[in-house]
Design a protein around this ligand. Structure first.
Ligand SMILES: NC(=O)c1ccc[n+]([C@@H]2O[C@H](COP(=O)([O-])OP(=O)(O)OC[C@H]3O[C@@H](n4cnc5c(N)ncnc54)[C@H](O)[C@@H]3O)[C@@H](O)[C@H]2O)c1
Length: 380
């Protein structure tokens, strides 16, 4: 019996991505799976039903029919509580779950005996690089952040020498030079801006410089576990504020991407610092959803404060849905090599370290320790 894989139309408002694209469907069908796609699941990412059909998928009109009898459900965003309730015990769901913000959902998946693998828990080891959806989607987010910064800036980004005079290039400052930040730097450079960047991890300096940007050095190296940053001490934060404050004041566009896993985003731009910026300057705060790197950021909104535009986008990858879906689907294709054998049948052994690390719920239990503890704490 082939494994039945289901892809639903995403239901979170503003979500335009789709979990599988036709190219990946074709590979899965060739590998022996049956793929069912909900009618118009790929529409907002510009993958029409006809392309999925050509790739060998079955198109079904409604979500209930798509998931009925499916062993594997692939999604971008976590299911709603109603969608989770419609999943039969033993169904495997793969996608993003953001468990710390979705404890009732995790409890529902646990109690419904649904097996869930969270892509954000895939370990960042070399073998899992092709499954790293956090990175692929951060790449899309970083690109869009630079584009939004340019589009909201009243200046040209490049230097121009024209008959109507010479235009000086704009200065773009990128705070946080991880995956999204590096992509924002590369994109702003391609648009012709002069780019400066800062990160608490000293290792980021080399990557920033290799993109042709200036790295702002602070006498701190806050590289923590697994290549991620650690939280700064209060003294380090004071030094950081002074250096970042001066850099923000001279920038035309500030793109902030700083995050510390499992914590509120570090506050890098205070409202006093915003007040030192030139009118017309722009801040794009990619950390809006995790609390914001700028004190004035409002998640999901654009505000103008004393002539400074502050954008707090919450789902930038959804604004480049064609390619972010393509990358996401490739990540899933790679992840599925752990769940499907060479004949396309589901494996019964989930002991691969990547599966162990990314398992959120399984057999009526919450497998991810921090989420289990958070649920216990919520009950206490
Ligand atoms: N497979 C892999 O090995 C793999 C895959 C992806 C990323 N990585 C590495 O993981 C690291 C970060 O990844 P990410 O982009 O997902 O991280 P992230 O989204 O958690 O954070 C973004 C950036 O913010 C920085 N940051 C945190 N606090 C800061 C502060 N106070 N001021 C300035 N910057 C601050 C972090 O150092 C990081 O570079 C990078 O080293 C990246 O190369 C490894």
């Amino acid at each position: 019996m082939p494994t039945v894989i289901a892809v639903l139309r995403e239901t979170v408002p503003g979500e335009q991505r789709v979990a599988l694209v036709p190219e990946v469907v074709q590979k899965l069908v060739q590998g022996g799976a049956e793929v069912r796609i909900q009618h118009e699941a790929g529409r907002s990412a510009f993958y029409p039903d006809a392309q999925y059909e050509k790739a060998g998928a079955k198109i079904l009109p409604d979500a209930a029919g798509v998931v009925q009898g499916a062993q594997l459900v692939l999604r971008v965003q976590p299911p709603s509580l109603e969608e989770a309730a419609a999943l039969a015990p033993g169904t495997i769901v793969v996608g993003f779950f953001y468990p710390s913000r979705n404890l009732p959902l995790v409890a529902a998946l646990r109690d419904g005996r649904v097996t869930s693998f969270a892509l954000e828990l895939v370990p960042r080891i070399t073998r899992a690089q092709s499954m790293d959806a956090l990175s692929s989607q951060a790449t899309a987010g970083g690109y869009m952040a630079a584009i939004l910064g340019a589009a909201n800036c009243p200046k040209f980004l490049p230097m121009l020498t024209t008959a109507a005079g010479t235009i000086r290039p704009a200065l773009v400052l990128v705070l946080g030079a991880g995956v999204a930040g590096l992509m924002a730097i590369a994109t702003a450079k391609r648009l012709g801006a002069v780019v400066e960047a800062y990160d608490v991890r000293r290792a980021a300096g080399e990557q920033v410089r290799s993109l042709g940007a200036k790295f702002l050095e602070l006498e701190i190296n806050a590289e923590g576990q697994g290549g991620y940053a650690r939280e700064l001490t209060p003294e380090e934060k004071v030094k950081e504020q002074a250096m970042v404050g001066a850099a923000v004041a001279r920038a035309d566009v500030v793109i902030t991407t700083a995050n510390v896993p499992g914590r509120k985003a570090p506050r890098l731009v205070s409202k006093e610092t915003v007040a030192t910026m030139r009118p017309g300057s722009v801040i794009v705060d990619l950390a809006a959803e995790s609390g914001g790197n700028c004190e004035l950021t409002k998640p999901g909104q654009t505000i103008v404060e004393q002539g400074i535009t502050i954008l707090g986008p919450t789902n930038l990858p959804a604004q480049v849905p064609f390619h972010s879906s393509q990358m996401f689907a490739k990540n899933l294709q790679s992840f599925l090599t752990l769940l499907l054998d060479k004949t396309g049948a589901l494996v019964s052994d989930f002991s691969d370290e990547i599966l162990v690390a990314s398992a959120l719920t399984q057999a009526g239990q919450v497998k991810h320790g921090p989420t289990r503890e958070a649920l216990q704490g919520a009950r206490a």
